[in-house]
Design a protein around this ligand. Sequence first.
Ligand code: BES
Ligand code: MN
Ligand code: ZN
Length: 495
Amino acid sequence: MTTVRLNASQSVSIETDALIVGFHATPEGPRTAPGADGLDQAFDGRLAEILTTVGFAGKAEEIAKIPTFGALPAPVVIAVGLGAAPDGDYDLETLRRAAGAAARTLAGTASAVLALPAATAEQAEAVAIGGLLGAYTFTKYRTNGDAKAPVGELAVSSTAAGAEEALRHATTLAGVVGLVRDLVNTPPSDLWPGKFAEIAQEVGAEAGLTVDVLDDEELRKNGYGGIVGVGQGSIRPPRLVRLGYTHPEATQTVAFVGKGITFDSGGLSLKPAASMDWMKSDMGGAAAVFGALLAVSRLGLPVNAVGYLCLAENMPSGSAQRPSDVLHTYSGKTVEVLDTDAEGRLVLIDGIARAAEDSPDLIVDVATLTGAQIVALGWRTAGVMSNDDALREEVVEIAGGQGESAWGMPLPEELRKGLDSPVADIANLQPERWGSMLAAGIFLREFVPDGIRWAHVDMAGPAFNKGEPHGYTPKGGTGAITRTLIGIAERYAGN
Ligand code: BES
Ligand code: MN
Ligand code: ZN
C-alpha cells in the first residue's frame, strides 16, 4: 500500500523516482503552478517550450512525462494540468484529481514527490488524498507478473501549518476507501454475506468498533423478512451486521445503512446477462458504510455512530422468493414482491427499521439501488432524497465538499399510489418505469418512523466505474460516498 509523508524541503532537489508538478493552461502556453520553485531554472527556462513541443497545454488532468537527463535528482518530471489558474483559492477537487491523475502513472515506482499547490493544510490534504486514491491498484487476482505494485511512497510538498495532521487524515480516509474498493472489486465467489460479516467482525474489532452479526436463523427468528426473503434463494445465507461506535463527548448519533447485495442476479426476475456481469458491485453501499464506521473510529470522532450492513446474495433457485410472495418485514409492515430484482429496497427497509431503534439524530442509507439513477444523473452523480429538505441539501453539500458529485432529488407524493398492493401494505415496485429512482425513495420513506430525519443516497452509477480511469477514480470499484459519510459524521461530531 502506498504511504504518504510530508516534504518541507525544496522539491526540485529531492532524490525521488518522479517529481510531479502542476501546470496551468494560459494563452501563452503551460505555466508552472505554485509548488515547484526552481524547476524552470533547472530546465534553463525552457520547460514551457518543451511541454508545448510534446503537445501539453496544462488542461485539467493532462499528463506529460519529461526526462530530466541529470538536470534534477529525479529522472523524470511528470507534468499534470490544473486548467486555468484560479481567481482565488484553489478548488480542492481540481487538486485531488490532478494528484490522482499523476499518481495513476506511477505504478511500479518506489517513490514520487507531489510538488503541487499546497499552501494550506486543506490543499495539502487534497493533494495527499488525490495521490493516495489515484495510486490504488487491485492486482490480487493477477498471476502473470505483469501487474505493477502501486507506488511505495508519496511525498507531499507543503510548509503549511497543520499539514502533518492533514496528511494523517488523508491517510485514514484513503485507507478505508481502498478497502471499500477492494471489497467491491472482489469477485462474488470470494465475497458472500457470511464472508463479508467475518471481515467486518475482524477488521471492525481491530478498529475498536462493536460488531454484532445476525445470521439467517436469528434474522428469521427476529422478523427480518426483507433480508431473509432476498437471501433465501442463495446457498450462502444472509447476514445483518451492526457496527457500533460511541464517544464520551458525543451529543449526536448518526446511523448509516448500506445495501449489501454481494451479487445481484435479479433472482427469479433474472437480469439479462449484459446487466449482470458487474453486479458484484451491488454491495457498494454496505462497503461504504463499513469504511465510514472504520474511519469514524480510527479518527476518534466525538460522535456516536452506528452502521448496518444489509447483506444478502440475490439468486434464483428452488428456495428463492417468488414474484407475488408477501414478506413480513422488521417494521411490521408487509410487502408484496412483484419483482425479485427490486431487492435492495427489501434489505434496506429492515436495516432502516432496525437503525431507528438506536434513536439516531439522522439515518442515511446508501445503495446501488436503481438503474433509473444512472438514466437520470449519469455515471458519476448520485441522487439524494430525503424526508427533510435541509438534510437533503446538507448531504449534497457535504458530498460536494469531498468531490463526490451528488444532486438533490424529489420524492413526489403522487408516486406513492403506484406502490399500492392489492394484497399487502405496499408493493416493492411501481408498474411503470418512469421515475423509478424516486419511487424507490418513496418506498423506503414508508419505513422510516415519524420524527426521524432520513436521507437516501442512490449511487448505482458512481459506485462502479465501467469506463476508463479518471482523476483519482480507477476502473471498477470507486469507493463512492464513503468520504461523504465520514463528512456527515464529522459534521455531527462535537456539536
Ligand atoms: N442493483 C440493481 C440496480 C443497479 C443497476 C445498480 C445498475 C447498478 C447498476 C437493483 O437491484 C435493480 O435491479 N434495480 C432494478 C429495479 C427495478 C426492478 C424496479 C432496476 O433499476 O432496473
Ligand atoms: Mn436488483
Ligand atoms: Zn440490486
